[in-house]
Design a protein around this ligand. Structure first.
Ligand SMILES: [Zn+2]
Ligand SMILES: [Zn+2]
Length: 366
């Protein structure tokens, strides 16, 4: 069928809306009419090729919409169901069988390979192959093909504008606190970076009843937003040593740290803010693929510290995304304060606004 999609034809070039062809469904796939799609850091990283992907390509991996058709073997979904699309996983490898789907051993091919697991393309344009299947969806488009595994059903009245970012950015931030760190009530936490993932980690820390909740962010407006949505403290990293500023609030250091900056200097200095037996999670994609940390082994051992890399929040999306949606709907996670909507045709303005820090979470409406 013909769809309208935002194509990238060369690195860092603007997206261009074009009419292209979407393949027929395979037995375990679903056709989703995209209603809303968030823009996430990995979309921009892929556009700019710091996350390499073959061009031309259709990106987009926070799609939400309505199931229009299901493949012959689909049992989980029916036409008319509202769904949030999330990361793709194979369902057959050791990690998938253990429920650790973000660490699917076929995840790289499935999410970044541009094609289905069997090698067939989902998209083409005038006979030319187009990389699709980005995070198993390529949802910067009017329609997307997903596997039933990475389409999560939400209830019939769900607001898809707010549901869309749950599929990646919010799941990553909130899941890191609620699942990967399993943060306990009354424990202290510092979150490095006040972008969409950091502020989602903050919303997770509010749900977990952490205290204090410290957000470290250089942009004043984002520090103000962090305080508005539940941070007890917001620190400007340029106002002095981070560990001094954090230990002024919590003398023994904090029990948990979530780093979203993927900066070696920030992560190394963050470790100096960790309390004995504390745990730090890092979730960001480093700009430099060779970036490496220097760890003070003896000190780390004596502290009994944990350093954990986390993908997509270590969650089971089928249960976690509806749980997040319930928090949003009950007002426990004020996600609406992070979201700004744009028409699909304004995708380049939305990306630009995000890069300039004018918006935390742009969501395109189709
Ligand atoms: Zn797998
Ligand atoms: Zn993402």
């Amino acid at each position: 069928m013909k769809i309208t999609a935002a194509l990238v034809r060369e690195a860092a070039a603007p997206f261009r809306l074009e009419e292209i062809d979407l393949a027929e469904l395979k037995p375990l796939e679903v056709l989703v009419r995209i209603v809303a799609v968030g823009i996430c850091h990995s979309d921009i990283a892929a556009r700019d090729q710091s996350l390499p992907i073959a061009f031309p390509a259709v990106l987009g991996h926070e799609g939400a919409g309505i199931v229009e058709q299901v493949g012959s073997s689909v049992t989980k979904l029916r036409p008319g169901d509202k769904v949030v699309l999330t990361v793709a996983s194979c369902g057959n490898c050791v990690n998938c069988s253990r429920g650790d789907i973000a660490y699917c051993e076929n995840g790289i091919a499935l999410n970044y390979g541009g094609r289905r697991a069997d090698g067939s393309p989902t998209l083409c344009c005038n006979g030319e192959a187009v990389s699709g299947h980005f995070f198993g969806q390529s949802s910067f488009a009017t329609y997307a093909i997903a596997n039933e595994r990475n389409a999560v059903k939400v209830h019939a009245n769900a607001d898809l504008t707010l549901a869309a970012p749950l599929g990646c950015g919010v799941q990553t931030g909130a899941g890191t606190v609620l699942r990967a760190l399993a943060a306990k009530s009354g424990r202290s936490i510092a979150i490095f970076g006040g972008g969409s993932v950091g502020l989602s980690a903050l919303m997770g820390a509010v749900v977990a009843k952490c205290d204090p909740i410290i957000v470290v962010e250089p942009v004043a407006e984002r520090r103000a937003l962090a305080l508005e949505i539940g941070a007890t403290h917001a620190i400007d990293p340029s106002a002095g040593s981070l560990s001094d500023q954090i230990r002024r609030i919590k003398e023994r250091g904090v029990d948990y740290i979530v780093d979203t900056t993927a900066s070696v200097a920030v992560i190394e200095s963050a470790l100096a803010s960790l309390a004995t037996h504390g745990a730090m999670a890092f979730v960001g994609v480093p700009k430099d693929q060779e970036a490496a940390l220097k760890l003070p082994l003896l000190n780390f051992l004596i502290m009994g510290a944990t350093l954990k890399a986390v993908v997509e929040g270590d969650t089971d999306p089928d249960t976690f995304i509806p749980e997040l949606l319930a928090h949003v709907e009950a007002g426990r996670m004020p996600l609406g304060k992070l979201v700004q909507t744009y028409a699909f045709a304004d995708i380049n303005r939305a990306v630009d606004d995000q890069l300039r820090g004018r918006v935390v979470k742009p969501v395109l409406i189709l």
